[in-house]
Design a protein around this ligand. Structure first.
Ligand code: HEC
Ligand code: HEC
Ligand code: HEC
Ligand code: HEC
Length: 168
């Protein structure tokens, strides 16, 4: 094998490993989380989310607004990310799990989920107040309805809480 060919093959390997990194974290949708995160004794996260304003955030949009990128940026997880990253999630599910917890395609397996450090390295995000502020205190279009209540992280977080009583 000549020298140029080795360089070429090496280049391909580098390209391949770069291509297989962060780009592969895709959005799979809440129904994929439901199969493991809806047990009543573990906090029924799916049911709590489904009853929350986030799961209904597309109902706030009328007609053309449902396809308006400016509105979708905050009213829909699927509508706010690159189309190439959609893997099963639907625009209609509104502000879904993965807006706060990160795209789940690579961390969704039980073995990875049980190991928090591993899950974080596979695209999981630990949500903080900053995660919420991107939408709640982000730039809203002119004429947007006023928030019913002033932003207060502790209070708002309590309203959407879905803790697992069996962990810490
Ligand atoms: C195959 C089952 C399975 C699927 C699918 C799954 N999870 Fe998990 N998840 C677990 C397990 C197991 C844990 C570890 C805690 C526990 O035992 O409940 C966990 C933990 C978590 C935690 C807590 C992490 C921490 O320690 O702070 C979050 C957040 C989470 N999952 C979100 C999600 C989201 C969002 C999805 C969908 C994109 C998802 N999970 C899909 C099984 C799953
Ligand atoms: C920067 C993020 C952001 C953008 C962009 C945005 N919204 Fe909102 N929207 C919110 C948040 C957050 C709320 C919840 C109320 C609040 O805190 O302002 C909300 C609430 C609403 C409500 C009230 C829903 C209810 O249940 O009372 C309507 C209606 C609405 N938005 C329409 C729109 C439309 C139409 C667009 C696009 C023209 C849009 N929004 C763009 C973040 C946004
Ligand atoms: C609007 C943001 C948001 C959405 C949407 C959301 N979560 Fe969470 N989730 C949080 C926050 C904040 C916490 C608390 C994190 C902490 O305590 O460190 C949390 C905690 C969790 C935990 C850990 C509970 C514990 O006590 O160990 C699990 C599991 C979880 N969420 C799963 C889900 C699933 C599944 C969905 C969708 C069906 C979802 N979440 C939707 C923000 C969100
Ligand atoms: C992707 C954007 C987005 C993120 C991230 C987000 N929210 Fe929201 N949130 C919304 C929208 C849009 C609404 C309005 C839904 C409706 O009423 O139609 C809303 C509504 C709410 C409401 C109901 C009260 C109200 O003002 O209408 C609470 C409480 C809330 N969010 C808490 C949180 C918390 C806590 C976090 C962070 C852990 C968070 N949200 C992250 C977009 C977001």
């Amino acid at each position: 094998m000549n020298y140029r060919r080795i360089i070429f093959l090496f280049g391909l390997i580098v390209l391949f490993s770069v291509g297989a990194s962060a780009q592969d974290f895709k959005y799979i949708g809440a129904s994929k989380c439901k199969m493991c995160h809806n047990k009543p004794d573990k906090g029924a996260q799916f049911a709590k989310w489904e009853a929350s304003p986030h799961a209904k955030s597309m109902d706030a949009l009328k007609g053309d607004e449902k396809t308006n990128a400016t509105c979708l940026k905050c009213h829909s997880t699927a509508g706010s990310v690159d189309k190439g990253l959609l893997a099963g999630i639907k625009v209609e599910e509104g502000v879904s799990c993965e807006s706060c917890h990160g795209p789940g395609s690579m961390y969704k397996t039980a073995a990875i989920m049980k190991n928090k450090q591993m899950a974080l390295s596979k695209g999981m995000i630990d949500p903080t107040e900053e995660t919420c502020k991107a939408c709640h205190l982000g730039e809203k279009p002119a004429g947007h309805v006023a928030a019913k209540k002033a932003w207060n992280f502790a209070e708002f977080a309590k309203e959407i809480a879905h803790d697992d009583p069996t962990t810490n």
